[in-house]
Design a protein around this ligand. Structure first.
Ligand SMILES: *Cc1c(COP(=O)(O)O)cnc(C)c1O
Length: 378
């Protein structure tokens, strides 16, 4: 048996090697490495795919978040609400811009920010909310958007893990992750659902004025070369990466389906194991399974992880420490016990291998091994 990986990028590449290699070679032949025509082409394709009116490519998903907050004119000292249970990048840019992260706990079943706690933490100093569509499904956007509107707050959707996921509103309309708030951000880090061969990111908006601002900030604050209107950053998507992403975007729906199939098999296999909880779905969202994340009860998570590792099965803990308890964020004076759900999830969650090239026999082996762990009484 070939070794099982969390994400198998090699096999994925092999299947589309001719197309990818051709796209890369074309960029090399043209030597348009920076802002070559493939960047605009990919942006247009992604706009078509997501339904976002404007797509501005940038260097990575972290930059995308930072540029979004700069474009919305968030000022030093103002407050931005962000889940305590997320990847650090979301909070990092808030702190870097001199803003104040106001953490919020998450729903214990869906892992998305808990909308029931949202209104009580909004202050006159709050300017924005950053829902993180964690693991591949949308946060409860209808409630988030309506609360944001009521309080005059901006919404930036961190869509790094959920590209292609769809949310349905009660009026029957639906929209893709990243296209519902004022701005959406995403990442093309290789292991993300739409991954390139290095770093990459993009920013979505439906607002033409904001789009122009975002574009300007991402390009050193200039619209015209050497005329700087605002302080910006240098954040570009490489032409090579854009050419790769154009190829992979065509397969994104197929990739999502492959992930959903793996998830469905896990769900079925683990549904009746009392010590584990399979991932619950947000009612109005589809799930593209960036991660398949179980909750393990009775403090058995670490034992399970070791057990699987000994059998050659990798697993990951996203995330072992909630951001409010990270050393780097002590200045914001949060303490243990402030966000009990996030803290407990850090002890209970485990993500199993899921990717677009999962072999049935590999998944069967993973499933058998997990079941055996619980049956044998660890
Ligand atoms: C990956 C990720 C990011 C950062 O993306 P990079 O491209 O690595 O900078 C931000 N937020 C979340 C939730 C992520 O998973």
């Amino acid at each position: 048996m070939s070794s099982i990986q969390m994400v198998d990028l090699q096999s994925q590449y092999t299947k589309i090697k001719t197309e990818i290699d051709g796209a890369i070679q074309e960029v090399i032949d043209q030597t348009g490495f920076i802002n070559g025509p493939q960047v605009k082409k990919f942006a247009a394709e992604l706009s078509e795919y997501t339904g976002a009116s404007f797509v501005i490519p940038c260097a990575n998903g972290t930059d995308a978040l930072q540029i979004a907050m700069m474009a919305l004119d968030f000022k030093q000292g103002q407050e931005v609400i962000v889940p305590a249970f997320t990847y650090v990048a979301t909070v990092e840019v808030i702190a870097l811009l001199g803003l104040k992260p106001i953490f919020i706990d998450v729903d214990p079943d869906t892992f998305q920010l808990d909308i029931n706690q949202l209104e009580e933490i909004i202050s006159p100093n709050t300017v924005g909310i950053v829902p993180v569509h964690l693991y591949g499904q949308c946060s409860e956007m209808e409630s988030i958007l309506s609360i944001a509107k009521k309080h005059g707050l901006k919404v930036i959707e961190d869509t790094a893990q959920a590209i292609g996921s769809k949310y349905s509103f009660s009026n029957g309309k639906s929209a893709q992750a990243g296209t519902m708030g004022d701005i959406g951000t995403t990442s093309f880090f290789p292991s993300k659902n739409l991954g390139c061969f290095g770093d990459g990111g993009a920013i979505f908006t439906n607002d033409a004025t904001l789009a122009e601002k975002i574009q300007t900030i991402a390009n050193h604050g200039q619209k015209q070369k050497y005329i700087h209107e605002t302080i910006g950053v240098n954040s570009r998507l490489d032409t090579l990466q854009a050419s790769i992403l154009s190829v992979k975007l065509k397969y994104l729906d197929t990739y999502s389906e492959a992930r959903q199939k793996v998830a469905a098999s896990y769900d079925e296999a683990f549904g009746n194991v009392p010590q584990i909880q399979t991932p619950k779905r947000v009612l109005n969202s589809t799930h593209v399974f960036h991660q398949y994340t179980l909750k393990v009860k009775d403090s058995l998570r670490d034992n399970l992880k070791q057990y699987l590792q000994a059998l050659g099965i990798p697993s990951m803990v996203y995330y072992p420490i909630p951001v409010h308890l990270q050393k780097a964020y002590q200045q914001f004076a949060y303490a243990e016990g402030d966000f009990p759900i996030s803290e407990r999830l850090c002890e209970e969650v485990i993500s199993l291998p899921i990717h677009t090239e999962m072999k049935e026999e590999d998944q069967a082996y993973i499933i058998q091994s997990v079941l055996k762990f619980f049956k044998d009484g660890k």
